[in-house]
Design a protein around this ligand. Structure first.
Ligand code: PXP
Length: 255
């Protein structure tokens, strides 16, 4: 049982809105500072190869201005490795990246991509960066993450979240079970387990209840919800839902 569930707030889509018009507003760094006040334990930002949202200058400013840990999401490329080693964020999450995709569509193939990924994981580990691999909730991928020497995995929660938001009850049960089993197995083999992608108010509870999960990374829903209720309120509500789910599970386990 991981006693405290951390919330990483992903500020990419603050930059998406800023970039729709150019200029500096809204500022993802200001959003990160606000997120910290609202209860975020860390900030996540994905510097994509095409710089469609977060820019190099955003990463520089996030490193300089925020007091909570930065998790840099990045593809396994030489350019991104150089940037990560230069900034030395607390953590880096390696994700697959395709130019045409709207968002990260699937997990990394840690098993099939072993030889390509190994030098990235090793170099960042040596640089003092806590490396995580964004993978599907699948034991083969977890074994591959372990053999690569990554200390952390982030389980792709997208299929579960899509099933919940589309009302596909049977699929949501199947997908939740996959995440529960993968989280249990990850911790059994010595990996720290995170989850993310697609989480919203309707889907966060069941994932937060999984006792092996140490961190959730949430972005798009919070930035979208901020339009209606403000970012502070959206983050506080998400935090409260996470805490309630985790506390309910702790109570159930100790009863
Ligand atoms: N975790 C990872 C590895 C991601 O790629 C993303 C999307 O950038 C997220 C979490 C956040 O997903 P969402 O924006 O759907 O909450």
């Amino acid at each position: 049982m991981v006693p405290f569930l951390r919330l990483g707030v992903n500020v990419d889509h603050v930059a998406t809105i800023r970039n729709a018009r150019g200029g500096g507003h809204p500022d993802p760094v200001q959003a990160a500072l606000l997120a910290a006040k609202a209860g975020a334990d860390g900030i996540t930002a994905h510097l994509r190869e095409d710089r469609r949202h977060i820019s190099d200058a955003d990463i520089e400013r996030l490193m300089a201005e925020i007091a909570i840990p930065l998790n840099l999401e990045m593809a396994a490329t030489d350019e991104m490795l150089e940037i990560a080693l230069r900034h030395e964020p607390h953590a880096a999450c390696i994700v697959p990246e395709k130019r045409q995709e709207q968002t990260t569509e699937g997990g990394l193939d840690a098993a099939g991509g072993h030889n390509h990924l190994a030098p990235f994981v090793a170099a960042m580990g040596e640089g003092g960066i806590r490396v995580s691999l964004f993978i599907e909730p699948d034991s083969r991928q977890l074994d591959a993450a372990l053999s690569l020497g990554a200390p952390v995995v982030e389980l792709h929660a997208g299929a579960y979240c899509d099933a919940v938001s589309e009302g596909r009850q049977k699929d949501s049960v199947t997908e939740l079970l996959r995440i529960q089993n993968a989280a249990k197995y990850a911790v059994q083999i010595g990996l720290e387990c995170h989850a993310g992608h697609g989480l919203g108010f309707d889907s966060v509870g069941a994932i937060a209840e999984i006792p092996e999960i140490a961190e959730l990374n949430i972005g798009h829903f919070l930035i979208g919800e901020a339009i209606f209720s403000g970012l502070d309120s959206a983050i506080r509500r998400m935090r409260a839902l996470m805490d309630r789910a985790r506390a309910a599970n702790t109570g159930a386990q100790s009863a």
